[in-house]
Design a protein around this ligand. Sequence first.
Ligand code: BG6
Length: 569
Amino acid sequence: MCGIFGYVNYSTEKDRRYILNVLLNGLSRLEYRGYDSSGLLVDGDWGQDVLVFKEVGKVTKLRGLIESSRPNMDKTFQTHVGIAHTRWATHGPPSRVNCHPHRSDNTWEFAVVHNGIITNYKELRASLLGEGYTFETETDTECISKLAKYIRNQHREIGFVELVKTVVGKLHGSFGILVKSISYPQEIIAARKGSPLLIGVRLTNDIEADVIHIESVIKRDSLNMPLMNGCKSASASHGKYSLPPNPTEFFLSSDASAIVEHTKQVIYLEDDDIAHICGGQLNIVRSTNDKFGCTWKVQTIDLQLQDIMKGSYNHFMQKEIFEQPEAVANTMRGRLDVPHKRITLGCVNDYLPAIRRGRRILFIACGTSYHACMAVRGTFECLSEIPTVVEVASDFLDRKAPIFHDDTCVFVSQSGETADCLLALKYCLERGALTLGIVNCVGSSVSRLTQCVMHINAGPEIGVASTKAYTSQFVAMTMLALVLSEDDVSKKVWREEIMQALAQLPAQIDEALKLEKQIKGICDTLQAQNNILLWGRGSQFATALEGAHSLVSAMDRWLHTEYSVGRCS
Ligand code: BG6
């Protein structure tokens, strides 16, 4: 998966060495998501020039390339904007030229880093070719920087925000982008649609930045205002959220784990948001009239650096497998009360009557989270006696499945950012259904957009093959079923048995983990096999599906090979 990182120091002097280190370090924090190449861009020595470094392979190779290029590391910047990216090749093979940032022209008037996929890039490319633009990469991203240049050439007085707004208005698909331009020096724009982006803020002079609510009013007039003198007019005109122009640092990323060591104060962007950092101020506008609300909040992320370090484990997946006892205990903490035979889900309490009265419950998810829903479905419908459907988000959308206002749609997602899940969530909101999130990442899109959310509290899951989140999701959904059935006297004994069993789960997982050596021994005997068939029936069908899924995603990460999976029934 691609990763985005950007760093802005405003009115606080940093040398190039420091800036490059922050950017490279940010990229290292994104490495766990998998990538094949990386690149970054910083200001050059003369004002209107830039330094760009791109390398195939690990971030350490990019660092080596920078060191061997011997830029003047002592050059200082009072205010500076740098952007960086880890790429997972989709359009064009891993190569220096295909690495991000991508440029509009030889002068790098516009530089873009991008996560996601632009589905209409061929059309955009064709029309820009028709206008005389040339392309140097095979990527879908390059059309974004070229398009920015084209629009700027058409409207020389256009402001940066209006320009990017026009660009993203022409993009189909999904994106999280950072745009930097020598025509708008010391400014940066972050825009998202379907790909996560958040902005961390570190103020040198501490201010009460944690509860600043901001309203967005889309004023076309103010967006149209030209920015003649740098960014002079920008912040006041369309700024609905302004931080004072004190010495400030901004950290922009697709992932909180790259920000947490710098600041805990973050703002999550929503789809269609365009965030503009300029003159030490952050201004966010929404490019559409959004019916799901338009309020941003500075959130404090509860994530420590050690949470995202792998410690003595060989890899994150192993660490997270061993964190399962703690993860499920945390999922149940403060919720499961065995002595009083009670479960309290504060977050969903107010909605229980509506869920019970509802026509159906639909669990909508992707990948591992979908399998967790499959695993719990049997118990869930027996306990709740509410018709229960489990849907893969993409298929659900493709079918345009009917949704009624008395349906409860439960979105289960570790990250809370999976594109198909978000689209399905919006689809259900538009149809008036009650929506509930079961999410690990606090502050994620699913947790913000659903009417009520239950966090599974499993802690950060870095390994791409999900492990502890799966177990915790299972436990969370089981608790939800128990709460929904609490008035049913006929199920009293069964419910109490399940509660007892849940309480024993952390210790039982601990016991199972002691079998690591034996399990590895079995795996060793399978190493020479080309095919592995996983069988399962009843509640273990989901286990077989998840086992196959984990094998494939782990192999994909490690080998970066192509694979195909067949399903037989
Ligand atoms: C897919 C991944 O993209 O998303 C799966 O390949 C993952 O491994 C799935 O399980 C769902 O992710 P999330 O974050 O919504 O639970």
